[in-house]
Design a binder for this molecule. Structure first.
Ligand code: NAD
Length: 485
């Protein structure tokens, strides 16, 4: 979608500008942003050049924040309050550029406010430690202390499309709380929400060098963002292929990667089937199924599979979808038409290989209906790869060993959900699933914004996010010792 399109623009059309060097700057070349539902153009954003990237990094690198903990906390508090006041405008913008339903985008604003709240609280908390040194026969009358320092270099943050504002908040807020400087490149599919959040932070008092936002063509500017000597850490959320490319490019600098997922909801034969099916459809269809931690596979023990599948189909058919701005719709569109076409093709392929379509697989533009397929084999592309949309593939299993093997049988290792009351089974899954999170009687995506979150295997290198962990990865721990007990 580079260049200009000749069609009617949306009434809320906005021509955005870069936020670099404390200024709003336009550029000759721009990128169009479309409403996936109507196809109307909702905005343009400038295409930053490599020179713009260098300027932004230089501006950030030459600044050292002297904000106190109190001041940082206040900025984050004020930003949270401003955002809550503007919930409708912010949620409208998310729905407009992403096609997410108003129900989903309002929920997202609540999450962003939580991120700001937790970062404001954590900014006040000093997790420095103190160790006595007289612990062994060769001990001394000394004490070792730790304290955290912001990075000397700049943090580059690169974010995906699926939570247009919350992914951005999870990178920026912990950076502010730790007195760092960030250059953000949001997803070119949903850049407007990122500019909106940045403006709220400036209004709340954030010094301009602590946050700059630029949009552009990744093929042109991504390498500079990753390899410029001013950059000390790259924090990336997005797909596996680009994440691994960044890791390879980054060389001797820190990389925090939150990549794809292929999360199971595992249902054992003792489960409350109705409750399990409710969790299954919520996990599968909320946010149009576009969550790294969406339920992407439903693993069900054979003896209850029929009852569970009936319930999932019933709840799927009742899941309303369509116009994102129709408040009664639970689900809007997916991100764009090619994404919807991909889900359709994968479901068709699975059906051709013996799976059974029980509901959905209807597409119109970027609208794709909630879809259920059973008789799915773990080898099918639909479940072997990450299918990043509202599809519920049902796979049956006999034993707990089988469930663990199937669950661990993809390249991913992000999160999981488990429906059983058996403590022996719970213990086995918690210990044996190769994932970052196990949620018992919850969707894999359940979290609070404060707590450690992130995956292993192809889902990430094991460094977690969540406000508290992000603050750790955005700081250097200084150790010092003093000559007293
Ligand atoms: P994507 O990987 O296509 O894009 C993510 C970002 O990378 C965008 O900002 C894009 O502009 C940028 N990019 C593109 N090419 C680049 C390059 N060569 N170098 C550096 N950056 C480049 O991902 P997406 O389609 O926007 O998001 C969906 C993916 O994100 C899914 O796989 C999903 O599972 C994953 N995700 C993971 C988490 C998590 O926390 N683990 C959370 C949300 C989404």
């Amino acid at each position: 979608t580079l260049g200009h399109h000749h069609q009617i623009d949306h009434p809320a059309f906005r021509a955005e500008m870069l936020r670099i060097k404390g200024e709003r700057v336009a550029r000759e070349r721009t990128l169009d942003v479309f409403d996936p539902y109507s196809g109307q153009r909702v905005g343009t954003v400038p295409l930053a050049s490599v020179e713009d990237v260098r300027d932004a990094l230089q501006f950030a690198a030459s600044y050292r924040s002297k904000l106190t903990r109190y001041e940082r906390s206040q900025i984050l508090e004020r930003a949270g309050a401003l955002l809550r006041e503007r919930t409708e405008a912010a949620s409208d913008l998310i729905s407009l550029e992403s096609g997410l339903s108003k129900q989903d985008s309002r929920y997202e604003i609540g999450r962003v406010a939580d991120v700001l709240k937790f970062a404001a609280l954590e900014a006040l908390r000093d997790d420095g430690q103190s160790f006595s040194c007289d612990l062994t026969p060769h001990g001394k009358a000394r004490r070792v202390f730790t304290q955290r320092e912001p990075l000397a270099g700049v943090i580059v943050a690169i974010t995906p499309f699926n939570h247009p504002m919350n992914q951005v908040a999870h990178k920026i807020a912990p950076a502010i709380a730790t007195n760092n400087r960030v250059v953000l490149k949001p997803s070119e599919k949903v850049p407007l929400s990122a500019y909106f959040l940045a403006d709220i932070l400036y209004e709340a008092g954030l010094p301009a060098p602590m946050l700059q936002v630029l949009t552009g063509d990744p093929r042109e500017i991504a390498d500079e963002l990753i390899t410029n000597p001013a950059v000390e850490l790259v924090t990336f959320t997005g797909g596996v292929a680009i994440g691994k490319h960044i890791a390879a490019k980054a060389g001797y600098r820190r990389v925090v990667l939150e990549l794809g997922g292929n999360d199971p909801l595992i249902v054992l034969d003792d489960a409350d089937v109705e409750l399990a099916a409710s969790l299954a459809v919520q996990g599968s269809y909320k946010n149009s199924g576009q969550r790294c931690t969406a339920v992407k596979r439903m693993l069900v023990q054979k003896s209850i599979a029929e009852r569970f599948t009936e319930q999932v189909v019933e709840k799927t058919l009742a899941w309303s979808y369509g116009d994102p701005f129709d408040e009664s719709n639970q689900m809007g569109t997916v991100i764009d038409e090619p994404a919807a076409q991909l889900f359709e093709a994968r479901v068709n392929e699975a059906v051709a290989q013996g799976a059974r379509l029980l509901a959905g697989n209807k597409r119109s533009g970027a609208l794709y209906s909630p879809t259920v397929v059973d008789c799915v084999d773990p080898s099918m592309t639909l479940v072997r790869e990450e299918t990043f949309g509202p599809v519920s593939p049902i796979i049956t299993f006999d034993t707990i060993d089988d469930a663990i093997r199937i669950s661990n049988g993809t390249a991913f290792g992000l999160s999981s959900g488990l429906c059983t009351y058996r403590t022996d089974a719970i213990a086995r899954f918690v210990n044996e699933l190769r994932v970052g999170t196990v949620n018992v009687w919850e969707v894999p995506g359940y979290r609070i914004e404060l707590t450690p979150f992130g995956g292993i295997k192809d889902s990430g290198l094991g460094y977690k996010e969540g406000v508290q962990e992000a603050m750790k990865s955005f700081t250097n721990l200084k150790t010092f010792s003093l000559p007293w007990e």
